[in-house]
Design a protein around this ligand. Structure first.
Ligand SMILES: NC(=O)c1ccc[n+]([C@@H]2O[C@H](COP(=O)([O-])OP(=O)(O)OC[C@H]3O[C@@H](n4cnc5c(N)ncnc54)[C@H](O)[C@@H]3O)[C@@H](O)[C@H]2O)c1
Length: 255
């Protein structure tokens, strides 16, 4: 995809210093884009930033809307606002402090709200901040990272707050695509399956390996696998795609 024309010169990736975010950042940076990573923990991006002057980080808690206002709002609303927004932030805490799996009837309200705020509300908020500038430019790409769980309800493994948030991301994507289309903006989602990042290392490696054996393509996904679909959605090849979801799961889910 090296000869691809990307529809923009700059990209902001939220949750950008995690496993998938760094993979996406590297693909955009390799294509000459200016990349800004917004994350509450920027330590994971040190190597990428020092190797690539086009990549910068900004530290912000995306579950805190005053912090977004203070740190990100000026960047999203000013003349240098990024051309492409990748909403990649996400958390998926599965266990109570005593090690039990949360259920719909045991999950405390504050845990529910914490996950909805980071995994869903932040996407709504960052998108709402950047859209007026995209509308003014009559151009822009928003790519939201959902999850396979939004198709499968989590298979009894993923917790209710995460599944709810990721399912709602698909609705948010479609409505934003519907409303923003007339302004030349596309809004799409990717839905990763089991991707080898810190997020899935809350279970022993043998559990992940056993999951991998049952995937038709016989392996876990990589951040590069997800990045490929995101770069595609940001490119000229996807000019006529909006409101779609691309599943990236090695065949774990086929509809
Ligand atoms: N890894 C998978 O198997 C998988 C599958 C489906 C979907 N996803 C989604 O992909 C996205 C990226 O996940 P990942 O696998 O790279 O996980 P990750 O844990 O490696 O990265 C998540 C990043 O989000 C950041 N973050 C978390 N809460 C934050 C907050 N309040 N403010 C700012 N930053 C915050 C973390 O610091 C981390 O850098 C998430 O939305 C996740 O739900 C991952």
């Amino acid at each position: 995809m090296n000869g691809l024309e990307i529809r923009g010169k700059s990209v902001l990736i939220t949750g950008g210093c995690g496993g998938i975010g760094l993979g996406v950042a590297a693909e955009f940076a390799n294509r000459g884009l200016s990349v800004l990573l917004a994350d509450r923990d920027i330590s994971g991006a040190a190597a990428l930033c020092s190797a690539n002057p086009n990549v910068r980080c900004i530290e912000v808690d995306l579950g805190n809307f005053s912090a977004i206002d203070a740190v990100l709002k000026p960047l999203l609303t000013g003349n240098d606002a990024p051309d492409i927004l990748v909403n990649g932030v996400g958390i998926s805490p599965k266990y109570s402090p005593t090690g039990e799996r949360w259920t719909a009837w045991t999950m405390p309200l504050d845990h529910w709200q914490d996950v909805l705020r980071v995994d869903l509300d932040s996407i709504f908020y960052t998108s709402s901040l950047i859209l007026p500038k995209m509308i003014e430019r009559h151009a822009g790409r928003i790519i939201n990272i959902a999850s396979l769980v939004s198709r499968t309800s989590g298979g009894g493994v993923a917790p209710i707050h995460y599944v709810t948030a990721k399912t709602a991301v698909l609705g948010l994507t479609r409505v934003t695509a519907q409303e923003a289309g007339r302004y030349g903006i596309t809004v799409n989602a990717v839905s990763p399956g089991r991707i080898d990042t810190p997020m899935i290392r809350d279970v022993p490696d043998k559990v992940n390996q056993s999951i991998a054996r049952n995937i038709p393509l016989q392996r876990l996904g990589t951040p590069k696998d997800v990045a490929g679909a995101i770069v595609f959605l940001a490119s000229e090849l996807a000019d006529y795609l909006t409101g779609v979801v691309i599943d990236i799961n090695g065949g774990m889910y086929m509809a």
